[in-house]
Design a protein around this ligand. Structure first.
Ligand code: 5GP
Ligand code: ZN
Length: 119
């Protein structure tokens, strides 16, 4: 069923604490943890605890939880003190855009200069 945990999903396993992660924030609906392969001094993933394959499908089904993810992205930036210098929130969507994990997630990137447009 939509939103239910998927046994073959890495991020569902992190939510279930079956795979370890460096968790920095947790709410009833979201989890935030450091990316295993950081691309910036701050590189945190904010995910909904429910499983949807990408941000658009999450937003269509769960607009409130989508707002929670965005709110937590801002809190992560404040916690890591990158809110003053600026940070980026990215949802890679589709393999052509670099998505490799099919559980919706926001990348929060900061702590260095970020080029625009991104590569
Ligand atoms: P995507 O490429 O789908 O936008 O982002 C997936 C992200 O998950 C990548 O940045 C990748 O480094 C990260 N990642 C993959 N496996 C793990 C893991 O086991 N633990 C953590 N913390 N991050 C992971
Ligand atoms: Zn999942």
């Amino acid at each position: 069923m939509a939103g239910e945990p998927q046994s073959d999903c890495l991020f569902c396993k992190i939510v279930a604490r079956e795979v370890p992660a460096t968790i920095v924030r947790e709410t009833e609906t979201t989890l935030a943890f450091r990316d295993i392969n950081p691309q910036a001094p701050t590189h945190v993933l904010v995910i909904p605890k429910v499983h949807y394959p990408d941000a658009a499908s999450l937003a269509a089904a769960e607009p409130g939880i989508t707002a929670d993810v965005l709110h937590e992205a801002g809190e992560v930036a404040a916690d890591d003190k990158v809110d003053g210098s600026g940070y980026r929130v990215v949802f890679n969507t589709g393999s052509g855009a670099g998505q490799t994990v099919w559980h919706a997630h926001a990348h929060v990137l900061g702590g260095r200069g970020l080029e625009w447009p991104p590569g």
